[in-house]
Ligand binder design. Structure first.
Ligand SMILES: [Fe+2]
Ligand SMILES: [Fe+2]
Length: 168
């Protein structure tokens, strides 16, 4: 059983993951509207990964006989819809999520909640990957500097992203 503080923080993290999913879904739409189906696909896959993250925490809370309290999800706000703008937004968002996970892990430790502490290990590694994935595309976009041919090639590459099988 978690402490009430840990339980509230896990519920908040479910909300963060669902908000992430919603943001990525908006980015998928924004990319598609610009004729970039590969970028759109990448964000759509990311959307699905975020749903899996939310689901993992949801299941963990219930498994430990905790209480789920779902919170509201805000309308996504995307200021810069250029490919680079979208990915910079994604990276900034993933950094925010990494901080949420670290804070949650610190809380679990201070509450001597070893089960939650161990459960969050997967998310710590996952965030390293999430940040690196966004950075890779940012590097590629910076390399082509808005060149249409380069953009076309990156779009084709991102079209190939599939949902990763869960390994954890
Ligand atoms: Fe996530
Ligand atoms: Fe993420």
């Amino acid at each position: 059983m978690h402490s009430s503080k840990v339980e509230a923080a896990l519920n908040k993290q479910i909300n963060e993951e669902l908000q992430s999913a919603y943001n990525y879904l908006a980015m998928a739409a924004a990319a598609d509207a610009q004729g970039l189906p590969g970028f759109s696909n990448w964000f759509k896959m990311q959307y699905q990964e975020e749903l899996i993250h939310a689901d993992k925490i949801f299941n963990f809370v219930l498994e430990r006989d905790g209480k789920i309290e779902l919170q509201s999800i805000a309308q996504p706000e995307i200021k810069d819809v250029t490919p680079l703008g979208l990915f910079e937004n994604a990276l900034a968002h993933e950094r925010h999520i990494s901080n949420c996970i670290f804070e949650l892990k610190d809380l679990a430790r201070s509450e001597s909640d070893h089960a939650t502490d161990v459960f969050l290990e997967w998310f710590v590694s996952e965030q390293v990957e999430e940040e690196a994935n966004a950075r890779t595309v940012i590097d590629q976009l910076n390399m082509v500097e808005g060149n249409r041919n380069g953009l076309f090639l990156i779009d084709r590459e991102l079209a190939g992203r599939k949902l990763e099988e869960e390994t954890a």
